[in-house]
Ligand binder design. Structure first.
Ligand code: COA
Length: 708
């Protein structure tokens, strides 16, 4: 038995492989796997295992893995679920490094106990498990097709990790149809042990893999995935397609902000934070991977559109805005580059319009001008099938230019027209040219390319995500407050405790004090200054307004006296058993922009922060941004800018800009509190009132929950 886990390299590059359940029947999965391994010309040793013995496809069949004395790196298991555990035991005892369990019938149908049992046994013996419930693994580097999918997987430089087996097999067909080769495809199924993270570690270091696509349905360990992806995207572009919203995350979300947006928004924001490109569909992901795996990165932000039609040019301009493709604006330079090749009645402003009478020679000249200018960094070339437009000549022009210059700068094409055009597009695509029938599809590939480019550029400028900037928070004091609450066996903080905690974090709250009787209430109100608000203080009353325990906008002593008496009476009559500890008198907060900031331990991703617009429309607007912790100031600013209501903070209709710096500070502080105070599960300021620049923010209400 090994003393430590095997290197993931052996899963992708095994020297010897066993197939447990290698069937004599060509219709069975166990036969298919052996046949695929042999068809793929895997150079290592192959050991079919079946108690019946005999021979399969010319190979000796062993009756048990125990008969094999040579080292086995991978055992593919394709026998019924009820006998898989016995096979796993034998594999582990025989020193197998990875068990690839094809078999279905485990946690996906509720048989979690059996799945856990085999993982526990394997892990005890330092054997790792891929699956169960998978179609297998293909690794181009090892010429290994250990799947029961197609036997002819075209080699190439896109790697796919798929949680769905059937979709994974279909993807092999789709990549083949699009003439895109694969460096690897791995089915992860139930992810009982190995998940995306460890596979990514191998794939980012595999020189054949140029782009990675992942199809995800659910996440097992979001924190590890987050950490892995942060680094992996700095080495290779990663495209993800995720279906299904995490019910677990949504149900378990105790915090208001979490329940606002649901787990899918959290996933999306964290993927963007990691530099992952999230595609809407499988087709979009494949389009992006095609371009990301073959195109050079743009040297800069100057993209030009070349077109023979104004309409299609405008469509592409819209698409550029949608997908974040930066269009070149320097009219003078563009005039210098294109005046000679664009007719007088055309346009040398971006989009460069060479007009409907452009010939294939005009296209050639314009493309060459753009390719040879250093000022231009990427080209979107469009065409409409107009009279005299010869699809064959255009195809030849494009193919020649693309082949000669494909490594110089990114190029993408889209042509719109009849059957002949579509046929040419199909042929060009098959020859590896990034050409699309739909302009938006074409531009979206550039969106992905530029997003990856920006991600790398930012990383080069700022380095890896670092720990939170030292904020002025007194963690010692905060932890003392929390310990006292824990000693009282309470899992939430009372208003005055939350206030003390906010003070220790230097987050401003409205001025307030706790009064025990009418006399103290009147004195407190005078000291604070009118108008004031009053709230009952009782650990037994959580929803204070519901029982009449709150009074707002009290202008004078008489109103304060009346309100005090009403609050006490209301609370006593609604909740006679509640212990009333006093009444909080606080300044009446000035109106500002209401926002929400939350920080909590997410079931999937661990510590996260959320920022959003508050107020009465918050449930409808769901205007919230999320990040995994830690975050730095730059990321916190990005969170604030991301919400749709950001213009409100900039000030609309002549209003002054709001104190965005203080909002950012508060986000960082809540993040720091959650990171440093283990016992907090959830902290939310709602609303955080934001005032004009220089006037700061005020945390009007704070809710803090402790972990159970
Ligand atoms: N060790 C090795 N081989 C054994 C064995 C053992 N302990 N016990 C039985 N076998 C042999 C059988 O004799 C049979 O060989 P044969 O056809 O030559 O007789 C072979 O293993 C397969 O066993 P069988 O009982 O015929 O199972 P099966 O082929 O009908 O089904 C699975 C096995 C794994 C394919 C099936 O249980 C299953 O899970 N199918 C779904 C797979 C799937 O869809 N996965 C997800 C993809 S996305």
């Amino acid at each position: 038995m090994r003393v430590k886990d095997p290197d993931i390299k052996y899963l992708f590059e095994p020297q010897a492989i066993a197939v447990i359940g290698a069937s004599h029947n060509p219709n069975k999965i166990g036969y298919r796997i052996v046949a695929n391994i042999l068809n793929g010309e895997y150079p290592g040793q192959v050991y079919p295992i079946n108690p019946k013995g005999g021979e399969i496809l010319g190979l000796r069949v062993y009756q048990s893995i125990e008969e094999i004395t040579e080292e086995i790196d991978v055992a593919v298991i394709a026998i019924p679920a009820k006998i898989v555990f016995e096979a796993v035991k034998k594999c582990a005892k025989n020193g197998v490094k990875f068990a690839v369990i094809i078999t279905s019938g485990f946690s996906e149908i509720g048989n979690t106990e059996e799945e856990n049992k085999l993982v526990a046994y394997a892990r005890e013996h330092n054997m790792r498990i891929l699956g169960p419930n998978i179609f297998g693994i293909y690794s181009n580097k090892a010429s290994l097709n250990a799947t029961f999918g197609p036997s002819d997987i075209p080699p190439g430089n896109i790697a796919i990790i798929s949680q769905s087996g059937a979709l994974g097999i279909a993807l092999i067909g789709k990549t083949k149809a699009a003439n895109m080769g694969l460096s690897a495809i791995i089915s992860v199924g139930n992810k009982s042990d190995l998940a995306e993270e460890e596979l990514l570690e191998y794939l980012v270091s595999d020189e054949r893999t140029k782009a990675i696509m992942m199809y995800i349905e659910g996440i097992k360990d979001g924190e590890t995935l987050d950490t892995t992806l942060q680094m992996a995207t700095k080495k290779k572009p990663i495209v993800v397609v995720k279906s299904g919203r995490s019910k677990r995350g949504a149900i378990a979300a105790a915090s208001h902000t979490g329940s606002l947006a649901g787990a899918d928004e959290i996933f999306s924001d964290i993927m963007t934070q990691c530099g992952v490109l999230r595609a809407e569909s499988i087709q979009e992901a494949l389009n992006w991977c095609q371009v990301l795996s073959t195109s050079p990165l743009p040297a800069g932000d100057n993209c030009v559109i070349i077109t023979n039609g104004g309409g299609i040019g405008v469509l592409a301009t819209d698409a550029c805005e949608k997908y974040g493709v930066p269009l070149y604006n320097d009219i003078e330079t563009m005039q210098n580059i294109f005046t000679e090749v664009v007719p007088d009645f055309g346009s040398v402003k971006n989009p460069i319009d060479i007009t409907g009478q452009a010939t294939f020679q005009d296209y050639g000249r314009t493309l060459k001008a753009a390719l040879s200018s250093e000022a231009i960094h990427s080209i979107i070339c469009l065409g409409c099938e107009v009279a005299g437009f010869d699809p064959e000549l255009f195809s030849t022009t494009i193919e020649t230019l693309f082949s000669a210059h494909k490594l110089d700068k990114p190029m993408v094409f889209s042509f719109v027209g009849g059957p002949k055009i579509e046929e040419s597009i199909y042929c060009l695509k098959a020859r590896g040219i990034p050409i699309f029938i739909n302009v938006y599809e074409a531009v979206s590939t550039f969106g992905a390319l530029y997003a990856h480019h920006r991600n790398l550029r930012e990383y080069a400028e700022t380095g890896a995500r670092t720990s939170i900037i030292e904020q002025e928070i007194e963690s010692g004091t905060i932890n003392d407050i929390l310990n006292q609450v824990k000693q009282k066996n309470r899992q939430f903080l009372l208003a005055y405790e939350a206030k003390e905690l906010m003070q220790a974090a230097k987050i401003p709250m409205p001025v307030s004090s706790i009064a025990q009787n009418l006399d103290e209430v009147v004195k407190a109100a005078r000291k604070i200054g009118y108008p004031v608000v009053m709230k009952v203080v009782s650990k037994d009353i959580i929803h204070k307004s519901d029982v009449g325990g709150v009074a707002l906008d009290l202008e004078n002593t008489d109103e304060v006296i009346d309100a005090y008496q009403a609050i006490i009476q209301n609370c006593r009559s609604h909740m006679p058993n509640a212990i009333i500890e006093g009444v909080e008198v606080a300044e009446m907060v000035q109106v500002g922009i209401e926002t929400i900031i939350g920080a909590r331990r997410d079931q999937t991703f661990g510590p996260i922060v959320a920022f959003g617009l508050g107020g009465i429309y918050v449930e409808v607007m769901k205007d919230v941004s999320f990040r995994a912790l830690p975050i730095d100031r730059k990321e916190a600013i990005a969170m604030v800018k991301q919400i749709k209501s950001y213009p409100l903070l900039l000030g609309v209709r002549g209003e002054p800009q709001k104190d965005i710096g203080s909002v950012v500070d508060t986000i960082l502080k809540l993040g720091a509190i959650l990171e440093r105070c283990e016992s907090i599960s959830d902290i939310e300021i709602n609303p955080l009132m934001v005032y004009a620049q220089g006037k700061g923010v005020k945390a009007v209400d704070v809710r803090i929950l402790l972990s159970t």
